[in-house]
Design a protein around this ligand. Structure first.
Ligand code: PLP
Length: 437
């Protein structure tokens, strides 16, 4: 173990010289494990950053990258250029996408993919001659990335404070976390109805003709693995439709089987107008993300580009051939190994073990999750919704990390889990047992 070097701005790390964060250096990956430069093996129960779906040593992904590096290591897709890998990937995504999604733009990160979604929505409304319809409604507890616009969409105060954010026409409505935000005695159904009513009131207050889109993670990830009430989206979607407001599904964590369905949108019964995915798209190995949209949105934007000469948006590495080749291979592996069905089966074991170990245990407020996403929320006895001042989860997570050699993540008072999709039932039971200890 070494201490933080001041030459690196480690994201989401205390960079202070007076309290340097200990830095652990990792040297190798091996299936479900990462190995430190001191030889210590860690069970990686967070899939890196909710991303490494196929484990840390999938040779097929490495081979796909090598082959592509040796044939065409780079070509861009600007100004009508293309290449085989990006074409194949676009087709694969569209074939698997929910609803009517028929076009796809590529970026390198989730943040950029969300920015692409918002800029597409803004241009769409400009072309339709309603420039005032620009506001984006996001939700408290949401995470959408850390560029200025994506951080503005986040519903986490630490993403705004100190940066003069949010910027732009961004609004936030209630988080669908029943356990934390329901009124005493309020059922999940009544809570979902209230959230839909509050959304309607916000839209009326702001003026429906000023609201362009609603952005939501089907299951919230970095905000603490928050599963909305079963009827939540059934109540939200009609409000959006009534006011001609587009639905953007941020599937950066949920996509590619994480929730036990191919998309979180399927689990939640929604057909988004725009879907954003990344992370597990390349098995988490290389930076690539995608923004899928309906033909309706694409066609409107295309009208504008015929006037202006081009869609003035994109990145040097949009659709990078090496990233695309690895993504194509990851998608083939998901299909061949029926990863989605495997997650659905293993999730039952995972959640049964979590419930058995923690439901009703001292200082446990809530056990929650879906698919291979889980959270154990700590709470003071007698008042389940009071906080330990955001310290308990962090301390617990650090202890598991140090003594049980398991990587988990603390979100406020919750310990969250997101193991690689290739985990086996026995690994999940052993993981829960380590947490219980
Ligand atoms: N959206 C969601 C739901 C995420 O969880 C994340 C990252 O964790 C992002 C967007 C941002 O992705 P990136 O860090 O690749 O910019």
């Amino acid at each position: 173990m070494t201490t933080a070097s001041d030459s690196i701005l480690h994201p989401f790390t205390n960079l202070s010289q007076t309290a340097p964060a200990p830095i652990r250096t990792f040297a190798k990956g091996d299936g479900l494990y990462v190995i430190g430069d001191d030889g210590e093996r860690y069970f990686e129960a967070m899939s890196g950053l909710w991303s490494v779906s196929l484990g840390f040593s999938e040779k097929r992904l490495a081979d796909a990258a090598t082959r592509q590096l040796q044939s065409l290591p780079f070509y861009h897709i600007f100004m009508s250029s293309s290449h085989e890998q990006v074409r194949e990937l676009a087709e694969a995504l569209i074939a698997r996408a929910p609803g009517q999604l028929a076009h796809v733009g590529f970026s390198t990160s989730g943040s950029e993919a969300n920015e692409t979604a918002v800029k597409a929505v803004w241009q769409y409304n400009n072309v339709l001659g309603r420039p005032q319809k620009k506001k984006i409604i996001a939700r408290w507890d949401a995470y959408h990335g850390s560029t200025a616009l994506a951080a503005s969409l986040c519903g986490l105060p630490n993403m705004h404070s100190g940066f003069d954010l949010p910027l732009g026409p961004i609004l936030h409505t209630g988080s669908p976390h029943h356990w934390r935000h329901a009124k005493p005695g309020e059922t999940e159904e009544a809570f979902a109805t209230r959230l839909a009513d509050e959304l309607e009131q916000m839209i009326q207050r702001e003026g429906p003709d000023t609201i362009a889109a609603f952005i939501a993670e089907p299951i919230m990830g970095a905000g603490g693995v928050i599963v909305p009430p079963a009827s939540y989206f059934d109540k939200i979607v009609p409000v959006l439709k009534k006011h001609d407001i587009l639905l953007i599904a941020d599937e950066i964590i949920c996509g590619f089987g994480r929730t036990g369905t191919y998309w979180g949108s399927e689990l939640c019964g929604i057909e988004p107008d725009i879907l954003v995915c990344g992370k597990q798209l390349s098995g988490g190995y290389l930076p690539i993300s995608a923004t899928l949209m309906t033909d309706e949105i694409y066609s409107v934007i295309a009208t504008e580009t015929s006037r202006s000469g081009g869609f003035s948006h994109g990145f040097t590495h949009s659709g990078n051939p090496v990233c695309a080749a690895v993504a194509n291979e990851a998608i083939r592996i998901y299909d061949e190994r029926d990863i989605v069905a495997g997650v659905a089966r293993k999730a039952e074991v995972f959640h049964a073990a979590l419930r058995e170990a923690f439901t009703g245990a001292e200082h446990v407020g809530e056990v929650r999750g879906v698919g291979l996403l889980g959270a154990v929320e700590l709470a003071p006895e007698g008042d389940p919704r009071r906080s330990f001042a955001d310290k308990a989860g962090a301390l617990w997570a650090r202890d598991i990390y140090e003594t049980e050699k398991t990587v988990v993540r603390a979100v406020h008072d919750a310990v969250v889990l997101c193991p690689p999709l290739i985990v086996e039932e026995g690994d999940l039971i052993a993981l829960v047992e380590r947490l219980r200890r």
